[in-house]
Unconditional design. Structure first.
Length: 172
């Protein structure tokens, strides 16, 4: 009787294990990743307001991203314009990707050849605007303008700032 009980127990255990093993299923999934072209920005042209004249009244020179100047207050634009240009950058990256633009939010100080002579530059604008960049063929030209604040009786000098107009681009 003991042999029969052992055989029945063994058969029951085998059937239970067999049933459990048949209840399992396995599937596999593929995995992968795509590395996109890194976004880049390269300066092509510096922002230059050209020649500006001022009276005893302060004012501004506004440069659009399209390179068009206008003035307010006691500032005028002489017939001899000098070099006038909006800043221009080439943005490169993955074709058909969009990107956003971050422009400086604080004013930049332009110093004259005589360091005590300064003007401020701010209110930056870009084309495309800050969230509208699109790399349709992998590149796009980005232009930047701003507003130059000229003091009353601003000293005649050549004013510049070589490093603070920082433009940042990021994929959306």
């Amino acid at each position: 009787m003991r042999k029969i009980t052992s055989i029945v127990t063994l058969i029951t255990a085998v059937v239970a294990v067999s049933t459990t093993a048949n209840a399992q299923a396995t599937a596999t999934a593929a995995s992968g990743a795509t590395i996109v072209t890194p976004i880049s920005i390269t300066k092509q042209v510096d922002l230059n307001f050209g020649n500006v004249a001022v009276t005893t009244t302060a004012g501004t020179v506004i440069m659009t991203p399209g390179g068009v100047r206008s003035t307010t207050g006691g500032v005028t634009l002489p017939t001899t314009t000098g070099t006038v240009a909006a800043a221009s950058f080439t943005v490169g990256g993955q074709a058909d990707y969009t990107y956003n633009v971050t422009l400086p939010t604080a004013d930049i100080t332009l110093a004259g050849l005589t360091p005590a002579n300064t003007m401020s530059l701010g209110s930056f604008t870009s084309s495309p605007s800050d969230t509208a960049g699109a790399l349709l063929s992998g590149t796009q030209t980005l232009t930047v303008g701003g507003t130059l604040t000229v003091k009353a009786s601003q000293e005649a000098d050549t004013y510049a700032n070589a490093a603070d107009l920082t433009v940042t681009v990021n994929y959306n």
